[in-house]
Design a binder for this molecule. Sequence first.
Ligand code: FE2
Ligand code: FE2
Length: 270
Amino acid sequence: MNLEVRYTSEEEILFEEIKNGRTFDKGDELPPIYKKHLMNLLWMQGDSEYAGSLGYMPWIEKAPTLMEKVLVAQIVKDEMRHAQVVYKILEDLGEDTQKHVETKELDFKLEDDLAQIGFKRMKDDFRVNIFYYNITHWTDFILFNFLMDRAAGHQLEDTLESSYIPWKAGLGGIYKEEIMHVAHGDKWIKKLATDPNEKAFLQERLNLWWPRVMNVFGNARGSSNPIYVHLGLKRRTNAEVRDAFVKEIKGMADEYGLTIPEYRQDDQPV
Ligand SMILES: [Fe+2]
Ligand SMILES: [Fe+2]
């Protein structure tokens, strides 16, 4: 398959300027290719933060202790704030995010606890598709912090130096909060992995969530990824970010005697 994408000479010049430090700010006229890809990433993040917050919400009530209810409430608030920050940037780009959250089913969740949807989209929104799955156990909530907030952290880290100034300005605070969510996951994974009554179930749920989180890094067969690097919206390709994530998880899994399942992108439903 030929994945080579052809760009116009104007676009090639833009890439070169961005490589040499060109940035864009609120109110600037954006080159069409830049605006299109920037908005893709913003919608994807905004909807993921929003749907993520709603998915965590029932766990304020269901968390095992009062202290954990407080921590989950904080995480829910963080995610909703992240959504608001990103939607505000989209508003400033002329998008109607209020109508979007009112009309899209961002609270939709799959009912089948064991579903594997690969790269499929279930609804007409832009969330990363792991946010279609339901969090049915406290162990899932913890795995979400351990895996998905970590994956998000890696992806955000990659955009901290974004060429779009308003996004870069918002991301610093978001990134710090994601690191707190990851720390919450890490603390609990250690607790569950060292509890003989919990470990087998943790491994079972890890097996279920692993392909779901790996799919977040996208389908390497797609060709849209390097353009984000050309536009200064990301530093690394998805595959590079995924490798850094996997390496980190593998190290921790070894430490806790957990097994990371085999993952093959070609086996995933498309
Ligand atoms: Fe977030
Ligand atoms: Fe988070």
